[in-house]
Design a protein around this ligand. Sequence first.
Ligand SMILES: Cc1cc2nc3c(=O)[nH]c(=O)nc-3n(C[C@H](O)[C@H](O)[C@H](O)COP(=O)(O)OP(=O)(O)OC[C@H]3O[C@@H](n4cnc5c(N)ncnc54)[C@H](O)[C@@H]3O)c2cc1C
Length: 411
Amino acid sequence: MNSQTTDCCIVGAGPAGAILALLLARQGIAVTLVEAQKDFNRAFRGDTVHAGTMELLAQLGLADALLEIPHSKLHSGKIEGPAFTEPFEVINFAELDSPYPYVTMMPQADVLTYVVGQAQRFPNFTLLLKTSATGLIEDNGVIKGITYRKGKTQGQIHATVTIAADGRASKLRAASGLDYTKLAAPMDILWLSLPRIATETIIAKGLAGRIGDGTIVLIFERPTDWQVGVVVLKGSYREVKKAGLTQFKARLAKMIPEFDATLAGLTEWRQVVPLSIELGRLKTWAKPGLLLIGDAAHTMSPVGGIGINYAIQDAVAAANALYKPLQANTLTYADLQQVQRQRQLSTRIAQRFQAVAQRQIVGRFLADDVIKPPLPARIMQRVPFIRRLLARFISYGAFPVRLAPGLRQVD
Ligand SMILES: Cc1cc2nc3c(=O)[nH]c(=O)nc-3n(C[C@H](O)[C@H](O)[C@H](O)COP(=O)(O)OP(=O)(O)OC[C@H]3O[C@@H](n4cnc5c(N)ncnc54)[C@H](O)[C@@H]3O)c2cc1C
């Protein structure tokens, strides 16, 4: 069995794990980042980078280089549908007091590839791809690292601290035995990727939303394809499938008539990936030697497109709390607990917001044959102050995290 030793073993190279790995590697800390996939091109999990995250990346000296990657800017969020006489604006980012008053729509794989590429410049950073964490090494109640599998090889990584950033189905969360609560969500999403063709009309830069007939369709414009998300009532995928692909395509064509020709690219159910939406949270984010962050600690739903930001803010809070103790070799359980203390309220408020939006807005759109937008959506449209407040909340969260001054300097 292979055995390695490091200061910090991070499992999961999603937004939380990748940013934390970079922040700690820049401080000279030995970091091993373990990722199950062979690269960063994973299942679609949104392309949204909000103003708050762009500002953090700017403090790290990374924003300008990232903006060289092909992207689009989403200045406002509008929904349209057969039931509405005109597009219905639910959020507007243009008035944010930020150098980035928009949502940067950039493929997550590109962001992760760039961030991990930056970490790879440091000799104290190790990246293990195609490597799955299988469990935790525990000694007298203290987590001392992980066990892993890479192909047919099994191994161990011994670490001063282990960070579980392995997402919503976190294996390390299960292995830790920590108490995790799942919260109900009324919907699922059916994802499909359609190749771009030369003749289709571009319906919106970045993201468009269509509502009607008990369906919500989200269309993300990406450099090489259209990522289409069809929001349906929880558990209804079977019925949709039973009704047949022709009917599914007809439903989509009614919602996005501009895609009449593009939809010819949808020929089999294999192209449609159903994804169960869930919200969930841990009561305690840490054990001696172990810290959970991002979706592993508090699974976010896609509502508001804020999960990536919250994962990155957790990473920054973790780097703020851990880098000095790791450098001085004085890390304690209290240092790990500090991260939950700083982040818990913010993530709970965000989850509460997502739960209410799912029930009051998304759920109602799906359940009824909507003839007009539900009251909370109408209030958002009519009261500019509420729209501004919402844009701020979506972009920064309730209590934005700031990078510790010692982490800011650019190497
Ligand atoms: C369908 C869907 C759409 C979404 N859309 C958006 C959106 O538009 N905007 C937004 O902000 N948020 C969106 N979210 C939420 C967002 O994806 C998450 O909140 C965010 O990705 C969490 O980041 P993370 O780093 O904690 O975990 P993840 O991004 O889930 O990363 C976890 C990583 O761990 C790896 N991993 C898992 N298990 C192991 C293991 N045993 N060993 C090694 N590696 C492992 C995975 O391969 C993955 O790379 C969406 C979520 C869903 C489900």
